[in-house]
Design a protein around this ligand. Structure first.
Ligand SMILES: N[C@@H](CCC(=O)N[C@@H](CS)C(=O)NCC(=O)O)C(=O)O
Length: 328
């Protein structure tokens, strides 16, 4: 199941003031016997640290131990600013405070490419849709394997199991026995929370905004209730893709979505004590979450990249701290 809308639209807003996310175009998997064979030194992950969809892939990459194998799936981080030309590669090699090895554009053979768009155009000269992150780049065939994060994170459960240390093999965040439950949660959390913050923030009509911000907070109420028995993971007593996908929205909520996207009925820290406890546990106790979360980059991106929402491009100082300590 993918997260994308099925309407094929490439527009980001429509006549009724509603934000519509485009359908992802590259939808392959890395798998034995397929077009994209698992190999070391062949695939690259291109991300923005600001993007919640890309953030999912960074978390799974780290949880699966790919960072322990040189050249397994190197990460390339774009500049925080999303300009009129789309995402561009950072002009320096090691931007500060990354938490992941940022190599800019050091994809062998493509060093001259300044923008994500240039990679998409290499993969498909006819490509005319938005050039989104994350992407998995195949440097053997010079193409994009996938630009759909929900499918990338599923694929990474197994794609490279032959190359990673033993303890990471077989580790999956979409276990067989929980699939029906995970699919159900993913469905409404994607629509009302992950994408709900965007639909609220990018609405260009009062009615469209209210039609999305209210269901967003109803879903947060529902999640708060699920977590109110003190559990650390949303489903099945273990870390699953539900936690990973929810985390990347919730960690951005108070620093960005409350202000920039007008999702301000409540904050997480003051209004949702159980969601906040769940969030702090993941951030402070699981390095894959903390090490891939860069609040400066996140705030800079949102507040500076959408002049239609924030024409001054001023980045707010708070909230301080961006996330509360574990024992708050
Ligand atoms: N369905 C995609 C959505 C990815 C997406 O929308 N990424 C945004 C950043 S948060 C993007 O790259 N936008 C670039 C643009 O609009 O030009 C996925 O989950 O992988």
């Amino acid at each position: 199941m993918s997260d994308s809308h099925k309407d094929g639209s490439t527009k980001w807003s429509s006549d009724d003031g509603q934000f519509r996310r485009q359908v992802s175009s590259f939808r392959d998997d890395i798998q034995k016997g397929g077009r994209f064979e698992p190999e070391v030194g062949r695939y690259h992950l291109v991300v923005s640290l600001a993007c919640p969809w890309a953030h999912r892939t960074l978390i799974v990459r780290k949880l699966k131990g790919f960072d322990q194998v040189p050249d397994l799936l190197p990460v390339h981080v774009v500049d925080s600013l999303l300009g009129p030309e789309g995402w561009s590669f950072v002009p320096y090699d090691d931007p500060p405070n990354l938490g992941v090895p940022g190599t800019g554009n050091k994809i062998p053979g493509h060093e001259g490419k300044k923008r994500i768009r240039d990679l998409y155009k290499t993969a498909d000269p006819e490509y005319s849709a938005r050039c989104t992150v994350p992407i998995i780049w195949d440097n053997k065939n010079n193409t994009v394997v996938s630009n759909e994060s929900s499918e990338i994170i599923r694929n990474l459960n197994t794609a490279f199991d032959d190359f990673i240390p033993d303890r990471f093999r077989g580790l999956t965040f979409y276990p067989e026995d929980l699939r029906a439950h995970i699919d159900d949660l993913n469905g409404w959390i994607y629509d009302t929370v992950n994408n709900g913050v965007y639909k609220s923030g990018f609405a260009t009509a009062q009615s469209a905004y209210e039609q999305n911000v209210k269901p967003l907070f109803e879903s947060l109420d529902r999640i708060e209730k699920i977590l109110s028995d003190g559990r650390n993971y949303v489903v099945g007593g273990k870390l699953t893709e539900v936690d990973i996908r929810l985390y990347t929205t919730i960690v951005r909520f108070d620093p960005v979505y409350v202000g920039h996207f007008k999702c301000n009925i409540k904050t997480i820290r003051a209004g949702y004590p159980h969601i906040d406890r769940w969030l702090r546990n993941l951030y402070w106790n699981e390095p894959a979450f903390k090490d891939t979360t860069d609040f400066e980059h996140i705030k800079a991106h949102y507040y500076q990249s959408h002049p239609q929402i924030n024409p001054t491009r001023i980045v707010p100082v708070g909230p301080l701290p961006p996330i509360l300590p574990l024992d708050a």
